[in-house]
Design a protein around this ligand. Structure first.
Ligand code: ATP
Length: 366
């Protein structure tokens, strides 16, 4: 899992619970992070990501549970003794200090001598491509430049662990995408452990070795982006990562398969394991095939009748929203820029049983 080095610290969080009065912000969370890994904590607002990060940093004490960094328990160890680099969304640079002095600050705290300090500051600024700005003040920098300086300041003392809480949250999309690649490169070059908080699933997919998906103080699933997209274990994860179509119907499971009646039509799905009420079907937009009503579909595919509700031009292809007879909507993505379909056209969507994810219906509110 670790991309390089082995210079990073492992993190082991076990049965972590954090309560604020009666409110449970973290509920029995287990999380192992490998040395050198890029781990992203992903989830909606209030799901417990920042609480987890602050616990690792030492800014928040757990109500119960274990936390070790680099194989050593840090419960009760104050933040400044944990030797961790931290970057927040709102650049906390010292306004009255130049970029160079901002970056040198953690070295001063650690009693590093002048020559060594200058050498390390230069290396850190070089790493974030800000060498030419060493004599500027923070107010003379753009938001993206300030974040790069904050990053330099967080890595200048070679911490085995870097924590970042929405560091790109305040920046515009283009800059964010470019800085994501920069952060990825810096992670690769340093080989240290990165823990990154975001609510942006695309950002998580771009950056991470693995992603932990948070929901209401719990982790729903931990895995590579590909794994979460292809094999979501819960409906929440399936919906949070990537685009999806969710279809509901009544299910009957036989020895070989599960048949689900959706909008009056029968859909064949893989045999359902486990019990519970009717499962939901999750389908990815690139797995759906769109044909004119009644035209042939690939062998073995299911077919559902619908009508084109929306056509969205994506530049590299097109996306269609197809309304089904029961009022649900399917999202179909095609690499054809012009598939020849227009709003109102009668169509069939086709999909293979193997591309259906059957999941427990953990939320009927959508
Ligand atoms: P966001 O993306 O909005 O920062 P998050 O997933 O990082 O969300 P946390 O900041 O970890 O969420 O917060 C989890 C829950 O704990 C939230 O409901 C929040 O209101 C609550 N919480 C956090 N800090 C405190 C506190 N000091 N006192 C009371 N409740 C708190």
């Amino acid at each position: 899992m670790a991309p390089s080095g082995g210079r990073g610290a492992a993190i082991d969080i076990r049965s972590a619970t954090k309560r604020y009065g009666n409110f449970v912000a973290l509920n029995d969370v287990d999380l192992n992070i490998e040395p050198g890994e890029f781990m992203t904590l992903l989830g909606p607002s209030g799901s417990g990501k920042t609480t987890t990060l602050n616990t690792i940093a030492g800014f928040t004490e757990l109500s119960a549970g274990e936390l070790s960094i680099g194989g050593r328990s840090v419960v009760g160890l104050p933040a400044h003794k944990r030797n961790i680099g931290v970057v927040f969304q709102h650049y906390a640079l010292f306004p009255h200090m130049t970029v160079g002095r901002n970056v040198a600050y953690p070295l001063g705290l650690r009693g590093v001598g002048k020559a060594e300090r200058d050498r390390r500051v230069e290396r850190a600024l070089d790493m974030v491509k800000m060498t030419d700005f060493a004599h500027r003040y923070p107010s003379e920098l753009s938001g993206g430049q300030q974040q790069r300086v904050a990053l330099a300041r967080a890595i200048v003392f070679d911490p085995p662990l870097l924590l970042m809480d929405e560091p790109l949250g305040a920046l515009d999309k283009k800059l964010r995408e470019w800085l994501q690649l920069e952060i990825k490169r810096i992670h690769r070059e340093l080989g240290t452990t990165f823990v990154y908080v975001t609510h942006d699933q695309e950002e998580a997919l771009v950056l991470s070795d693995r992603i932990a998906v948070f929901n209401q103080g719990r982790i729903e699933q931990i895995g590579t982006g590909r794994r979460l997209y292809d094999e979501p274990e819960t409906l929440f994860v399936g919906r949070f990562i990537g685009e999806s179509t969710i279809l509901r119907g009544s299910a009957e499971t036989s020895a070989a398969e599960t048949a689900i009646t959706v909008a009056g039509e029968r859909v064949v799905a893989p045999k359902r394991l486990g019990k519970g009420g009717d499962p939901v079907m999750l389908l990815r937009p690139e797995k759906l095939v769109l044909v004119r009503s009644g035209e042939p579909v690939p062998a073995g595919h299911n077919r559902l009748r619908g009508r084109i509700g929306e056509v969205i031009y994506l530049g590299s292809g097109s996306k269609y929203e197809v309304s089904l007879a029961d009022g649900s909507a399917a999202i179909v993505r095609s690499t054809l820029v012009d598939g020849g379909f227009a709003i109102g056209d009668e169509v069939d969507i086709a999909f293979s049983p193997v591309d259906i994810k059957l999941l427990a219906d953990d939320d009927r509110a959508d």
